[in-house]
Design a protein around this ligand. Structure first.
Ligand SMILES: [Zn+2]
Length: 83
């Protein structure tokens, strides 16, 4: 289990949080987005080995979203940032 440092509440146990995936930028404007661009936005993720940025929500706490940088090999948490 991870001990996740919520930027507002401090360190809390992982079951208090919800994983929100990696931050992605929505393509736009809608008129110029191709089907391939939209499919990449919806389904393709980097799945990096090593330091990885992830969105997390403290759902059973303050309810705030934040960005966590976590090493996907060691599970070490490198930083937690307010949006
Ligand atoms: Zn919190």
């Amino acid at each position: 289990m991870l001990l996740i440092p919520c930027p507002w509440c401090g360190p809390r146990a992982e079951p208090e949080f919800s994983y929100g995936g990696e931050p992605v930028i929505r393509p736009g404007p809608a008129e110029s987005v191709t089907d391939a661009d939209w499919a990449d936005y919806l389904y393709m993720r980097s799945n990096e080995k090593g330091a990885h940025r992830e969105n997390w929500c403290h759902t059973n706490g303050c309810g705030q979203w934040f960005t966590l940088t976590r090493d996907t090999v060691t599970h070490a948490i490198l930083s937690a940032e307010k949006p």
